[in-house]
Write a protein that binds this ligand. Structure first.
Ligand code: PSU
Ligand code: MN
Length: 316
């Protein structure tokens, strides 16, 4: 381990440590969705169901958070309950991570900071429902989620249901293309929009065979690329929200955010909650369902990748 890395305390649960040691598949998960994405007690319940779904897919779940200035890889049921029920736990994205760690603090990791943690711990797969991306109006605000920037820097494959629909998905796709991040759609021709099966945008590549996806991920890294791969999977039909309904709620939420002068790091949470209220909780319901269904597929993909790695190291 390099000196820079050993300066960061990383504490894995025993289960995760053993799995990593034995080359068994692990899927990293974020905790910001627990503290900032969903409301108590649905957040705690969903986080546990997400972990169960990763197991059903054949992998070990490792929810990431920061406590006492250490990166925790794997949260116990009690940890999840605490994060879900306590207020005031800060959202920690990549830019905040060194400050919270150095100060000995705690926080909930976004997709971006969870990718940093996953790579440090040697976990090549991560799953969440919706990536952060390029916000609508970013040509004026320059609000682009560090989830995207971190994807260009961390060798972690991200399994998700596309990016959050509150974003400008066309610009988000452009960003990913510009930064050489492969986007592979599984089970659909289209790039999904988190609540909805399609964003109306075609995915650049569709691959349904999970072993082939594992091969793409391995090939991307073998070619020397320093970043990740985005693997999308649409919400199940029964969970998806009608795009027209979602879009109307998003338009209202964006107008409200402008009236209330909300921007910056609080914007994503503000918009997501405004959309949930406008749809009578329908989108929050879809959010929970898609977190769970995506996690199971993430579990399957990480398992396929680990299997492939074991087979190729056995050949050497
Ligand atoms: N709010 C939600 N759900 C979420 C998030 C916020 O209702 O999932 C999150 C995720 O943790 C994601 C982050 O990584 O927001 C992106 O925030 P930003 O757009 O500020 O980078
Ligand atoms: Mn932002």
């Amino acid at each position: 381990m390099s000196p820079a890395r050993s300066a960061i305390p990383i504490i894995c649960t025993e289960e995760v440590r053993e799995a990593l040691h034995e080359g068994r598949p692990v899927v990293a998960l974020e905790s910001n969705v627990i503290t900032h994405g969903l409301k108590y007690p649905h957040n705690a319940q969903t986080a546990l169901e997400v972990e169960a779904a990763v197991r059903k897919g054949g992998s070990i779940p490792a929810t990431v958070c920061i406590e006492d200035g250490a990166i925790r890889i794997g949260m116990t049921e009690q940890d999840i309950e605490r994060f879900a029920s306590e207020s005031g736990i800060p959202k920690v994205s990549s830019r905040d991570l060194p400050v919270v760690l150095a100060r000995g603090g705690r926080g909930a990791t976004t997709v971006a900071s969870s990718l940093v943690a996953a790579e440090l711990a040697g976990i090549p797969f991560f799953s969440s429902a919706g990536l952060g991306g390029v916000h609508r109006g970013a040509e004026m605000t320059m609000d682009i989620s560090s989830d995207l920037i971190q994807l260009t820097r961390s060798k972690v494959a991200v399994v998700c249901a596309g990016a959050k629909m509150i974003l400008d998905l066309k610009l988000t796709m452009e960003y990913l293309e510009t930064h050489c991040i492969p986007v592979i759609s599984h089970g659909s021709d289209d790039f999904p929009a988190f609540y909805c099966a399609s964003s109306g945008l075609k995915a650049p590549h569709r691959i349904d065979d999970e072993n082939l996806i594992a091969r793409v991920v391995a090939t991307h890294w073998a070619a020397g690329h320093p970043g990740g791969v985005v693997i999308t999977t649409p919400p199940r039909e029964e969970d998806a929200v009608d795009p027209a309904e979602a879009e109307a709620a998003i338009a209202d939420a964006l107008a409200q955010a402008e009236r209330d002068g909300v921007s910056g790091q609080g914007l994503t949470k503000y918009l997501m909650h405004a959309v949930d209220r406008a749809t009578g909780g329908r989108t929050a319901q879809a959010n929970m369902a898609v977190l769970i269904s995506t996690a199971e597929i993430g579990g399957r993909m990480a398992a396929a990748y680990a299997h492939r790695q074991a087979a190729s190291s056995g050949q050497r």
